[in-house]
Ligand binder design. Structure first.
Ligand code: HSE
Length: 423
């Protein structure tokens, strides 16, 4: 018989409620003993005596042997999670900002106090990517891990692309459906995806990156011009976090919108679904697909972690402890599409090469290679209204006898750009 788990739950929002819905349908030999909440005035679906606003009363309850942290305040979550680990209590958390920002300390605390912290629900909702990176790929060389890690921004992009919905209307729907963070800039600005990328990279490469040093540019400046540009060339725009080993032991991490073609698995990932593509040396390419946001999908990942604690499952952070020598760098070239209004941005970014430029009074763009370091340096400028940057697949011109590149011919045929220069 597995040990009985007595849970102290922090937070009863979308995920907490989703977890409760799942637990109550099953006979799992576990009970929710107390739920700590911030807003006692809110109407709840459970008996009032289950709820408390006293965080320490839950942490110090001797009957509670498992803490489940599902709040959205990363600082308060740090207090809860670190206090529980210091007491030797196992913890499940879905708080991506907390985990990404304190990963090294959290690994140390687990080792020092012998407790386990599991966080499958923090990355890509229902997709079991952390446990796969941790267990299945522990002896694999991974070339890259990339995908769609944020359900809200993907929902918005799907609605804007497929249904011509207004960006703000789509965002409101994502909020109403319970997918979005309390501050939606965390979703559309690529912060949420970045925290998830940092967590995934710790398990994929053993690199504990500081999120403040990882580039995140989001979709908040997307306009109908970008959508038209993408559609005319048979692309979709997705918000894609990427971890990539591009040279011996050198990895890059970044979150950028990406123009993807139909041969990319991510092309058909729509709405709140997420997708993760793992490119491994021996297993080759594998694709994980599932709901990335919402109470029940995320609740199912949280429950899987809770169940794993019955047999004292722990992450071993093998790649981190092996000191595999991966080095994070920004010295890497990306091919990007940049729509801009401020011409000086082009100078500042120091494009290494340019394949296309298009000018008109109300729409100008450039496609070319630029270094990740340069994008990091000018992140603020790239984030202000008037510019939109997206990674674009390899469009290195394939030269034909005519002297035109395939890409050039496609662009001319689309009729979008009449003042185009292929350089
Ligand atoms: N706001 C997040 C998303 C929730 O939209 O993906 C799940 O982490």
């Amino acid at each position: 018989m597995s040990k009985k788990l007595s849970l102290g739950l922090f937070g009863f929002g979308v995920v907490g409620q989703g977890l409760y819905d799942i637990i109550r349908t099953k006979d799992l030999n576990l009970e929710i003993r107390k739920i700590a909440i911030k807003h006692p005035e809110k109407k709840r679906s459970l008996p009032a005596e289950l709820f408390t606003t006293d965080v320490d009363a839950v942490l110090n309850d001797p009957e509670i042997n498992t803490i489940v942290e599902l709040i959205n305040d990363a600082e308060a979550a740090w207090y809860i999670v670190s206090s529980a680990l210091k007491k030797g209590i196992n913890v499940v958390s879905a708080n991506k900002k907390l985990i990404a920002s304190h990963l090294e300390e959290l690994v140390d605390l687990q080792e020092e106090y012998g407790a386990s912290l599991l966080y499958e629900g923090s990355v890509c909702g229902s997709i079991p990517i952390i446990r796969n990176l941790e267990e299945y790929y522990d002896n694999e060389l991974l070339y890259s891990v990339r995908g769609i890690f944020n359900g809200s921004s993907n929902y918005i992009l799907s609605k804007v692309f497929n249904e011509d919905l207004d960006y703000d209307v789509a965002l409101k729907q994502a909020q109403d459906l319970g997918f979005a963070e309390s501050d939606p800039i965390l979703d559309v600005g690529g912060y949420d995806a970045k925290y998830k990328l940092v967590i995934a990279s710790a398990h994929a490469y053993g690199v504990l990156a500081n999120p403040d040093e990882v580039l995140n540019i989001g979709i908040q400046n997307l306009t109908s011009q970008d959508v038209q540009f993408a559609k005319e060339k048979n692309y979709k725009i997705k918000l894609v976090p990427t971890a990539l080993e591009f040279a011996e032991k050198q990895i890059v991490l970044y979150v950028l919108p990406k123009l993807v073609k139909s041969d990319d698995f991510l092309y058909n990932v729509e709405n709140e679904y997420n997708g993760v593509i793992v490119q491994a040396a021996f297993a080759d390419q594998q694709f994980f697909f599932g709901k990335g946001a919402g109470g029940h999908p995320t609740g199912s990942a949280v429950l899987s972690d809770i169940a794993a604690l019955r047999y004292d499952y722990k992450y071993e952070y093998k790649k981190y402890h092996q000191k595999s020598g991966f080095r994070l760098t920004g010295d890497y070239s990306l091919n990007v599409y940049l729509r801009y209004t401020d011409e000086s941005l082009i100078q500042k970014l120091h494009f290494e090469s340019i394949t296309e430029r298009y000018y008109s009074p109300d729409f100008s763009y450039i496609i070319g290679k630029v270094s990740l370091n340069s994008l990091i340096e000018h992140k603020e400028l790239l984030s202000i209204k008037g510019s939109f940057v997206a990674e674009i697949g390899n469009v290195s011109p394939v030269t034909h006898e005519s002297g035109y590149s395939e890409e050039h011919l496609k662009i001319e045929a689309s009729g979008v750009a009449t003042h185009i220069a292929t350089i």
